[in-house]
Design a protein around this ligand. Sequence first.
Ligand code: SF4
Length: 372
Amino acid sequence: MSLRPYRNITRRTSRKIMVGPVAVGGDAPISVQTMTNTLTSDVEGTLEQIRRAAEAGADIVRVSCPDEAATQALREIVRGSPVPIVADIHFHYKRAIEAAEAGAACLRINPGNIGAPERVREVIQAARDHGCSMRIGVNAGSLDKHLLEKYGEPCPEALVESALEHARILEDNDFREFKISVKASNVFMAVAAYRGLASACDYPLHLGITEAGGLRRGTVQSAMGIGALLWDGIGDTLRVSLTADIAEEVKVGFDILKALDLRHRGVKIVSCPTCARQGFDVVKTVETLETRLAHISAPVTVSILGCVVNGPGEARETMIGITGGGVGADRNRVYIGGVSDHNVGSAEMIDHIVELVEAKAAEIETAGQGEV
Ligand code: SF4
């Protein structure tokens, strides 16, 4: 019996596939992905982005392979990358074979776009030979012509039908190591498509709201779409698409998972919206802490509240809590493990919280309860 049944999420049962060493589907943690935007032929630039994404927590990174120069560079990128690489291929079967040979962990390719059955077989053989999985990536913006004619416009049913058509091609070749995405920039369409697909198959699903917009709009769109699906138990891996730095995509991905208690990476700060009662500058404190604690990957919870109205209550639910001691008092209360512990002045407070969080993170790591 769960203590808090209102927080329960029952995950859809899906097949488990491997993207390199990262399991996707089944009981594997929901992985977070992003995609580089450098020229793939620029090995150093691409690796620099991959490393930054990995530092932000990315489990998997996708790289476009539009030409031969890209698949040639891929070998070195795979060698230098701390995370498995998905090669993004559109249409050209030779790029897919080259990417598999170069060590890509997964090919993002739609088999229906490859062309002749013989070419499809060659790509599948290359994937098998090199231990590559695949992702079928259906997108409302590039639906097959016959489906647009059948349905009149992009719609959830068309996205699902397209995904299942591509899946059938792989199934007919006895290849089942793949995941599927059915992305749309419209949240309603994407959510309905994923729900339809989730009930039509047991393949792992890669979630995303495509072309979601800049940092703020994209975050809201993704939190609504991806969040609604995860809340339904749907989704095994995700990418938040933002017109922003790729590390932001990863951070937002984790924030969505954290909000639903599905994964806990890094510091989770609960903070109040502030009002005239605040005993210190809560906004500036939280802004500074978000930057200064960005390197922590252990799941530490912190509450930063301006006064005693809600401070002690939130502090009880977090590992480290701060409650302002009244306007002008310059005496803020620190809670450890939910228990009132000592005071700290506003000038020393940020350094003090950083020290407390770093110590707590080290304790969690030592106990082997790091990021999950
Ligand atoms: S916790 Fe206190 S300072 Fe913060 S919003 Fe609530 S009443 Fe205002």
